[in-house]
Design a protein around this ligand. Structure first.
Ligand SMILES: C[S@@+](CC[C@H](N)C(=O)[O-])C[C@H]1O[C@@H](n2cnc3c(N)ncnc32)[C@H](O)[C@@H]1O
Length: 210
């Protein structure tokens, strides 16, 4: 029961004491992973980039650093009102200038036209999606052909969390997400073990094909 509540809070942080604690954990524990994920997305100065499930916005903050060309554009989508508010504050300058736009909504319905995004990334996120195939089909829809999608997760940490009762009923297995990606039009799927200054994590790469 308690672990189900914790899972729910991480999957959808709300404005509350526990939501605030989750935000603090995300900001401190996931910071390096978010930075690495944005880096792995190989963002070019003029790329159009989308982060799904941006949480407090540290990955967005990193991604926007690469977008030095006036054509470079950053989008984000997260269905938590609280996280949307926190990240909007963090990216206030870029939002005001029109460089970044953050949507409050779900990966299953991204308010963007077809085939405009060069890079998609997300971090510690797909486990909470209600339908992996719908989510990955929607990512594919908004991506340009040959666009790159990267997601990272810490498989060993997740396995430990699952063993104590967290993430009950969630689909956290990378293979299942990779199957969904393949079934919805992604190619060149592969997962790599990565390490950065002692942080071990797994990265899934996929290319949009059309
Ligand atoms: C565990 S947090 C991870 C946040 C951040 N990426 C990090 O690693 O610190 C999961 C985030 O994904 C968001 N999220 C979960 N399911 C989502 C969905 N279907 N569509 C959009 N955002 C979603 C949650 O609101 C939350 O901010």
């Amino acid at each position: 029961m308690l672990f189900d509540k914790v899972t729910e809070k991480f999957g959808h942080p709300t404005l509350s004491l526990t939501g605030w604690l989750v935000k603090k954990i995300l900001e401190n524990v996931h910071k390096a992973q978010e930075i690495n994920t944005a880096k792995l997305a190989q963002i070019q100065s003029n790329s159009t980039v989308l982060e799904v499930g941006f949480g407090p916005g540290l990955g967005l903050q990193e991604a926007v650093r690469y977008l030095t060309d006036s054509k470079g554009k950053l989008y984000g989508i997260d269905y938590s009102e609280y996280m949307h508010k926190v990240a909007s504050k963090r990216l206030q300058e870029q939002i005001t200038s029109g460089k970044a736009q953050l949507f409050l909504g779900s990966v299953e319905k991204i308010p963007l036209p077809d085939s405009i995004v060069d890079r998609v990334f997300h971090c510690n996120c797909f486990h909470y999606w209600p339908d992996l195939k719908k989510g990955s089909a929607e990512l594919h829809r908004v991506m340009k052909p040959e666009g790159l999608m990267v997601t990272t997760l810490r498989v060993n940490a997740i396995k430990k969390a699952v063993s104590i009762g967290l993430l009950r009923g969630k689909i956290w297995q990378p293979e299942i997400y990779m199957d969904a990606l393949q079934a919805t039009g992604f190619k060149d799927l592969h997962m790599k073990e990565m390490e950065d200054r002692g942080l071990k994590f797994n990265a899934i790469f996929a290319t949009a094909s059309k």
